[in-house]
Design a binder for this molecule. Sequence first.
Ligand SMILES: [Zn+2]
Length: 695
Amino acid sequence: MNPNERISWLTEKLNFYNNRYYRDNISEIPDQEFDFLMKELIGLESEFPELKKDDSPTQRVGGTITKDFAAVYHRFPMLSLDNTYNEQELRDFDERVRKALPNETYEYICELKFDGISLSFTYENGVLQRGVTRGDGSRGDDITANVKTIRSLPLRILEEDLPEILEIRGEGFMPYSSFERLNAEVEATGDTPYANPRNAASGSFKLQDSAEAARRGLDCYVYSFLSDIPVFNSHEESLVGLKKWGFPVSPGWKKCQTIEEVLDYIHTWEEKRFELPLATDGIVIKINSYEQQRELGSTAKSPRWAISFKYKAENKPALLRFVTFQVGRTGAVTPVANLSGLHERHKPYEQVKGVHLSGSQVKRATLHNANELERLDLRIGDTVFVEKSGEIIPKITGVDTSQRGLFDTQPILFPTQCPECATELIRKEGEVAFYCPNERGCPPQLKGKIEHFIQRKALNIDSLGEGKIELLFDKGLIHTVADLYDLSYNDLLGLEKDIYNEQTGKSKKISFREKTVENILKGIEKSKSAPFKNVLFGLGIRYVGTTVGEKLAQYFRTMDALMAASYEELTAVPEIGGRIAQSVRDYFTEPENQQLISRLQQAGLTFQTDDLPIEKEGEALTGKTFVISGVFQNFERDELKTKIESNGGKVLSGVSGKLNYLLAGDNMGPSKLEKARKLGVVILSEEEFLNMLEN
Ligand SMILES: [Zn+2]
């Protein structure tokens, strides 16, 4: 098979496996084999970029950097729907439809309304060409590179006789599972977590780095089809058709003959929707027949044939029993309201069930910070209103002051000292949270650092999960992450502890037997080969998440170089701003951190990237840019790349106006050559290139 045939074959195979997996839930081949084929394709594509297919599955893993998203006009405006919270208004809507369609029968299609962002996908000749946000309805942002990372969205529609251009619309969202994972990471770097999955989805679809978008696990459901040439006659047909073509269509939709059936559908999902793996905020009701949709038409703002019904965020009264103050990994102190139902006033707190809210029992709600306590003018014993809407963590929205005179209430005193270590709390300039500054002695901060260090994207010591860190910490065996590497078999064997799970209310005994101890030590040993970028992330430097860790590792290559880097050198790294640079500087200037790093180095952790740094040969190519294409007599492509870089030049991935030289070998793609000529790029032969080096 020549490279072109191999690339075609791999593209088709991988797309097929991907569809089987995401559409039909069937794994045709083991993950490992899939990754292996994917790697081969990535390799071939970087060697022969001109042979890359439009629907290449490598786009799923991202890698495109977009500085500014181009604004794109929608071919058909993206109208918003009228919405209501009120059942009577739905009946009024039905009444208007009935009057506008006299003597006709009509049907409704009801669908769940997902809480994400509206997207439009354009396919040309069956291939996904563009993904655009709704924007202001007539114009949105081109976020194609990020949209292509949605694994459930087909890159090519395998169907004959499609209109040349078609548009499919849907909702891009972040499932709860991805959301929780992302927020845990964001919090680990000391940043503010996203308030709800919608904000997280919206932020992630607009990331400049599509590889990061790919990691975040975005998803979508499609719900609408548009083309110049009609394909379907009704909304129902389009949903069935899209599903058949391999698109992700939410299975919850239902055809209803009357508005009463619609209301039943709404009632059915009011509670049931909380069992879904993603956030929903209502129901969309559409007239089924396209013919009738056209008859009804649209106003300037919204169609007359559709309406959305929004569920009210459930808001219930509860009793504020007491407030606890939690200290997080970064030292921030968060007040937490501990609640019971109003009728549970006299029950001991351990026995209360709490308030039933949006599908679960709620006993605790965040109070965010001291300002929030003041704003609400909250007192212990107050009757408060609790709400759980798009937010995952319930919050208190107000106080029923009319109840104040009836029961005894007491003021809430925000502690001046850390509840965990008694250190005086501080408030940093411009921040609302109080912090415990005792970074090196405050138990939750220390434990948090170690838990951060062992997670999968850091040193990946999963044999230390599930409360084991807590146990080792409480026994005084570990204080910092460096202590992990001093643990011995005898230290660990026979340790025991009861771990209480707050969510389930159950206790679990963990004890370290031979097998457990062996696993722990094996995991710790294995972590020494975790890549340098993971080590950087694991250190828990503020604002250094996985992406920043990777960028720093790639750029500086060794821990020594990174530690020696000045503020200016750090900000010279692409995408590293002043805030990150300062935080990195602060971290490495602390003597305690330097000591920790030196202990980790002695333990044998990976402190440099695997590939060797480029050795400098000369300056002949300084400031010049190259694209390499085709096959060469004396060099492999990789060798040419190294040659260019070691002489001060830079290799770019594609031909553009900024490019200086196209280094052309045999059999290079004619389109690339033509593009280079058009843009006035100098075309170099292998021989000319070698001459250039010598001068
Ligand atoms: Zn403390």
